[in-house]
Design a protein around this ligand. Structure first.
Ligand code: PMP
Length: 330
């Protein structure tokens, strides 16, 4: 019989699929690595397993321990999955700007969610940062993964994502493109691909316009999960050859096209990564093989990128138009 022993054994080994329409006019092969096929729905499942394995091995996390992390999204889901399977308690601290749906996903996996006010300074004892620090300090047996500085984040991608891409392309990959949030993905995958190819593979970061990685100051942008206003230690700029900035409008337009033309319902950071990949691939020869990583699925963004009213309210071109009976019969 073919089955996994637990859901954790389903993490990783995600497939590559060629992009055919959004790459029109491009001679190179552009392959997307579809990370939403991980059981928790994102690439963050990979770092969750590695971070918890390492914390168990080092004794930072012991039986009956509690995982405390400020996170509202994919990292929380990954950690909650691993925690429930291994019998740990999970407490996530989220700012109140995070939607009810995202909090409910974390609770659905069995995590406890503490909501903190957004409209206070980081030093305020009620802030996101203060509350998570205090819980990590005061809960007995608490462990705080801290994905922005934990070296096991990039290590998980060095050990799993990078080798999968090298094996699936039979070593023919020439360019790797990924969005940069904590920097864990690009650092781990990039380092592996550089080493295994003798420095031949070009590593390209995709960044929202305004973020520090592409020379900005942290100016706000709407794409979620990528870009920063500080330089996290999980990011090693020495493995990155080039950073390509794209606007929210470009990222969202490509996100809509990925759903409509490639059948890939993905989040805005995937649109950002593909925007970077398309720009990078434009002048490459036909024998180039570009791999672009799509971190998560689009279901978490139905009220935003895939909602015409939300898109219009920010001045972006909406995707699906309302269709009436008269339109269909016309
Ligand atoms: N996209 C999404 C939706 C994410 O949640 C993240 C993680 N913050 C990223 C992209 C970027 O990945 P990394 O943190 O490894 O740079």
């Amino acid at each position: 019989m073919k089955y996994a022993n637990t859901v954790l054994d389903l993490i990783g080994s995600t497939p590559l699929v060629r992009l055919n329409r959004v790459t029109e006019g491009i001679a190179a092969t552009v392959l997307a690595k579809v990370e939403y096929l991980n059981p928790g729905g994102s690439s963050k499942d990979r770092i969750a397993v590695k971070i918890i394995d390492a914390a168990e091995a080092s004794g930072q996390l012991r039986p009956g321990g509690t995982i405390v992390e400020p996170t509202s999204g994919n990292t929380g889901v990954g950690l909650a999955l691993v925690a429930q399977q291994r019998g740990y308690r999970c407490v996530f601290v989220v700012p109140d700007k995070v939607g009810e749906d995202k909090r409910n996903v974390l609770r659905a996996y069995g995590a406890e969610v503490v909501v903190t006010p957004t409209a206070v300074t980081p030093e305020d004892p009620r802030s996101y940062y203060s509350v998570s620090d205090r819980l990590a300090r005061e809960i007995p047996g608490a462990f705080k993964p801290d994905q922005y500085s934990n070296p096991n984040g990039p290590r998980s991608h060095y050990e799993s994502t990078g080798p999968e891409i090298w094996a699936d392309t039979e070593g023919r990959i020439t360019h790797f493109v990924a969005g940069v949030g904590t920097g864990g993905t690009i650092t781990g995958v990039g380092r592996y691909l550089k080493e295994v190819s003798g420095g031949r593979v070009q590593v390209i970061g995709a960044d929202p316009e305004g973020s520090v990685y592409s020379g900005g100051t942290g100016r706000p942008y709407l794409v979620e999960g990528v870009g920063e206003d500080f330089w996290p230690s999980a990011y090693d700029p020495s493995v990155v050859d080039q950073v390509i900035a794209s606007s929210d409008a470009e990222s969202f337009a490509l996100t809509l096209r990925l759903a409509r033309e490639e059948g890939l319902l993905v989040g805005g950071s995937s649109g950002l990564a593909v925007a970077g990949a398309v720009k990078a691939a434009r002048d490459l020869p036909a024998d180039a093989v570009v791999v672009v990583l799509l971190p998560d699925g689009g279901r978490g963004y139905l009220g935003k990128i895939f909602n015409d009213e939300w898109m219009r309210s920010y001045g972006f071109a909406p995707g699906a138009q309302e269709t009436t009976v008269a339109d269909v019969l016309a």
